[in-house]
Design a protein around this ligand. Sequence first.
Ligand SMILES: [Zn+2]
Length: 164
Amino acid sequence: MNRYYLYQKTLGGTCVCIKPEQIDGCSGQEAQGVTSQLLGVVASEPGIFEVKATGDIPAAGSFLLLPIKGSQQLSLLMEVHEIASLITPESSWSARCSGLPQSDFQLRSLDAHCDRCGKNESIEFLQVTSDLQADALQGLNMFGWRADEHTQICQSCNRGVDEH
Ligand SMILES: [Zn+2]
């Protein structure tokens, strides 16, 4: 897995369990998942997290969406590897997950401009490496734009291209 976040907002204090096939769903379409109340997230080692929550127990191989403070568009994405039930509080669980390899990331946003129709859109992304431009381009492409160093094509123009 080389993506550590998803363009879907998760409410603070909750986490949402989704199936792997929902990650690559149509952009702009929210993945409907099962919401649990978040108790805590601890990074046990780089890229490995213990997520504790109360609610339906997720299956190994599913993914968790976690809120990102201050973000209107993004959630952290983690793959569930192992689950354990906790004795207290009632119906709580602990999931060992893999995600963002470093604990440090910056929430950023950019004003994207479509070279085809002229539309402007403010798009959030996470800076997770020292290469800001590459991180921004990855975000744009995950958001549904087609973007490289030279051109940026918005979601709707990009869809138009795919239909031909
Ligand atoms: Zn456009």
